[in-house]
Design a protein around this ligand. Structure first.
Ligand SMILES: [Zn+2]
Length: 517
């Protein structure tokens, strides 16, 4: 195979057209069905790149941990990641789809186009000292990485860099994209990215997320969601003296709440509907002229969630009519259920088995057990065997990254950073994402991700299988945006929090540089 390729090469120099045709033919031989059949295995090269840069990936994750920026406020994180990627040779765009902290990086050219997608936002009130089992915020009340999204940003960059180096060395054609979307925790960014066409040329995507093990899956993973804030405006008056002159905006909020409770009986058993009253007046003797209620409406698929949501909007209109108030709706979060592609998941699973699990030290196992003990969980330590591939069981949570999975064949690489038994969105989940446990998990995650991206770049068979699976999975339900046509991303989300805490948080910034080699 190799010698005949050399012979062709001497011949084809004479004619550019023949050269092109033959190099395509040659590539078909070089990359028949995966990367592992080559002399000088590209995956092994990618793994060496990741091992060589393990400390850089760890530092990047730690730097993001201390930035601890919640959704839409990932300014320092986005800037740092942009600089890191640019110094590694990527073209990086910030601000896509009207979101200043959106990171969209690419390297290479032409088809196939493979995207890695993740997020790096923190959560309000999650500040914690890494490695401290007792509650010990770095800055009292400040945001923190109590889910480990900081490690995901680092793993995405590490994997994309390893893929680039390998593509260069083996002259693998195509494009690698890294998409880090803002505000996953508020389910904001991906519907906007999809709406603006960011994924329209992408052939396949790999999502990545921290977990308590190495794992992937296929099928429907979770629920569709539409969120919105409804603001009613009326007229203030004295509650005791002249209430007949007032138009009570909080009455509208209450009537909307009652209206949805009446609707509940007539929704499918799969629905979820929950709300919080975000503006409820000042004191009883002031008729409130502003009231606001924020809803999340979910169901097992996009069309059903939309159906429920449209009924909710009618209830809001009715509440405004009943009270003589005005109603404004501000879209706030939307998501399709994540759909895992079986063909891609099977390729990922092979890579999970190829890469293996992190080699935990005795101290790391002891630490994990102490943490589990302190939380009243089973003291099982850290996993030493990866999960098996299974069909997903659909749960009723939601994640805006789901929108990508309905426009591009996609599956998820989960990697071990969380201690089993520790629940995300609790401060105890912020203990490990900047420790050696996270650093080791990140290396495993980056390797599985890079190897899976290489499979998709080099195997036309895998891409075709993924596409066929995608067509089968989506034949009855076609994607449409759950966003109203005029919806704009809420770019001031979490701004007040960061205005308040950033000066104190800044004192903990690592001030380190990251340079991939
Ligand atoms: Zn998450």
């Amino acid at each position: 195979m190799i010698s005949s390729r050399i012979k062709w090469k001497t011949y084809i120099n004479r004619n550019a057209i023949i050269a092109f045709a033959l190099s395509v033919f040659a590539l078909a031989f070089v990359f028949p069905g995966g990367t592992s059949e080559l002399p000088g295995d590209p995956k092994q090269v990618a793994f060496e790149v990741i091992d060589r840069n393990a400390d850089q990936i760890a530092t990047l994750g730690d730097v993001l941990y201390y930035f601890a920026e919640p959704g839409m406020q990932e300014y320092e994180s986005a800037k740092f990641v942009k600089e890191t990627l640019e110094s590694a040779g990527f073209k990086v765009e910030l601000g896509g789809a009207g979101m200043p902290t959106n990171v969209w990086a690419r390297w290479g050219s032409g088809k196939p186009v493979i995207a890695i997608a993740t997020e790096m936002d923190a959560l309000p009130e999650g500040s914690q000292t890494p490695g401290s089992i007792p509650r010990k915020p770095l800055v009292e009340g400040a945001p923190g990485h109590m889910e480990g999204h900081n490690v995901m940003g680092a793993v995405g960059v590490g994997a994309a860099f390893a893929v680039k180096k390998t593509m260069e060395q083996f002259k693998i054609p195509g494009t690698i994209i890294l998409s880090i979307g803002p505000a996953e925790e508020q389910l904001i960014s991906r519907p906007y990215l999809v709406r603006d066409g960011y994924f329209k040329d992408v052939d396949a995507a790999l999502l990545t997320h921290v977990a308590d093990n190495s794992a992937t899956g296929y099928g429907l993973q979770n629920y569709a969601l539409i969120g919105a804030k409804f603001t009613f405006k009326g007229k203030t008056a004295h509650g005791g003296v002249n209430p007949w002159d007032g138009k009570d905006a909080v009455d509208a909020v209450v009537l909307m709440d009652i209206g949805f409770d009446k609707l509940r009986e007539h929704l499918r058993p799969t629905y979820r509907g929950h709300r919080t009253i975000t503006m409820g007046g000042i004191q009883p003797n002031i008729i409130p002229d502003v009231g606001q209620i924020w809803w999340f409406i979910r169901d097992a698929n996009g069309p059903w969630a939309k159906e429920n949501f449209d009924k909710l909007v009618n209830i809001a209109r009715g509440a405004a009519l009943m009270t003589g108030t005005t109603m404004e709706m501000e879209p706030f979060g939307a998501a399709w259920p994540s759909l895992g592609n079986k063909a891609i998941a099977e390729a990922i699973q092979k890579n999970i088995e190829l890469v293996g699990m992190p080699k935990w030290t005795e101290e790391e196992q002891k630490f994990a057990k102490e943490l589990q003990k302190s939380l009243g969980r089973f003291e099982i330590g850290l996993p030493t065997q990866a999960s098996r591939l299974v069909a997903a069981r659909q749960n009723s949570s939601s994640n805006d990254i789901g929108d990508i999975t309905w426009v591009v064949p996609t599956a998820t690489v989960r990697f071990p950073v969380a201690v089993p038994g520790v629940l995300a969105h609790h401060w105890s989940a912020a203990i490990t994402p900047a420790t050696s446990i996270a650093h080791k998990g990140a290396v495993v995650g980056a390797k599985v991700l890079a190897a899976s991206a290489l499979d998709l770049l080099t195997s036309a068979e895998l891409r075709t299988a993924a596409k066929n699976q995608f067509e089968e999975d989506t034949k009855d339900t076609k994607y449409f945006s759950l966003l109203p046509p005029d919806a704009k991303p809420p770019v001031d989300l979490n701004k007040e929090i960061m205005d308040k805490y950033r000066p104190e948080m800044r004192k903990f910034y690592l001030n380190k540089k990251v340079a991939f080699k």
